[in-house]
Design a protein around this ligand. Sequence first.
Ligand SMILES: [Zn+2]
Ligand SMILES: [Zn+2]
Length: 426
Amino acid sequence: MNMVGRKLKSWWEIGFVAVLVLAILSCTILEKDGFRFPRAESTTEAGYPTPLSGHPITLTPVILKTDDDSVRIYPEFYVPGDESLGSDEMRITVLGSGGPAPVRRAQAASGYLVELGNGDNFIFDIGPGTAGNLYSMGVHPALLDKVFIAHLHLDHVGGIFPLFDAMGWARNTPLHVWGSSGSSPELGIKAFTENVRKAAEWHVQSKQNLLPTGGTVIVPHEVDVSLFSPENPRQLVYDENGVQIFAFPVVHTIDGSMGYRLEWNGLSFAYTADSEPSVFEAEQSQGVDVFIHEVFPSPEEFAALTKMPLEHAENALGEHTLPDELGVVFSIAKPGIGIGSHFTLGDALIDSAFASIKTTYDGPVALAHDLTVINVTPEQIVLRQAKTDLLAEVPEAPDLEGVDMNPGLPSESVRPDWLTETRIQH
Ligand SMILES: [Zn+2]
Ligand SMILES: [Zn+2]
């Protein structure tokens, strides 16, 4: 009797503690749920923050660049609209950290937003799923008109339609898109943007008499890749308002894949998208504050993840960079922080990737996650996760001078009268 009584008491105690723990966990989860952190704070076995736990996946979220310890202290999370960007500051946001297969709810494909303290904004790649993250960042679409495409794989450009579709309701000026010439015209950014515009013909004609038409234009800026050589390793492709952006070739599938390096106000950012590890890209990215480079798991892990035969996984990964190879690239480039991206996140994969990177690199390193935000100043580099509203509204429109807000002429395509006459009048 006594034994049974004791047992019952201990089960009751266990139940009470379990309910208490669940209550605490669910409070944490509920508090964050509207901001896309559905997991409670937790770490992997090796101690890295888990995906969706609200923290960037790194053990070095703050990197001091000077001995001055009177640096700016940031709130725990970046909340768009709550923080102004310093006039000497750069903010990089991961819009899509995922790999090519498949796009996941919590990992869009490739895309990065770079905001500068001078008011300029740049987008690097616009892969599938990135637009929702982009529009949750509190930047009006009228100010998002400069896109730099690393290469024309669809996981890097497949999200261009939602960006183009800001026409009329938000962006009423042309969308400027930089990219490579490819080795022949049909493989270049000019052909790509012309085809995007052609594919949107019905869309444009259906709205051209209703909304301003200035946003229906895409202006390509083609980088002639035939000009690259060991003697001419990079080309200045953008030079305005104190911002310089250089393009350089990278080793990835056929001719025409590029990386970019942005320099402004003594701060710098390099992005090489997809590439096999090469000394060349490491040298072109040397000494930048933030270097974002792809990284893939091992062929065995990738085969298990994608359910593809190991042989196919090995073929695919031949065009990419493994974690220990990423470490070699970072050890040559020596960035303020090296960030591996394009990586399908998972707790076990995170630990094995960092373990492998560590065999070749001992500097600050992170794995990108959607909405990881990196603030860069002359004094420090700080990584956090953004809390963006799942129901974010469009911010106030900026005043843009000289923008023609007049709608155009109607399309000649008219639906039949009989169909229009069925409209319910009340
Ligand atoms: Zn690619
Ligand atoms: Zn890719």
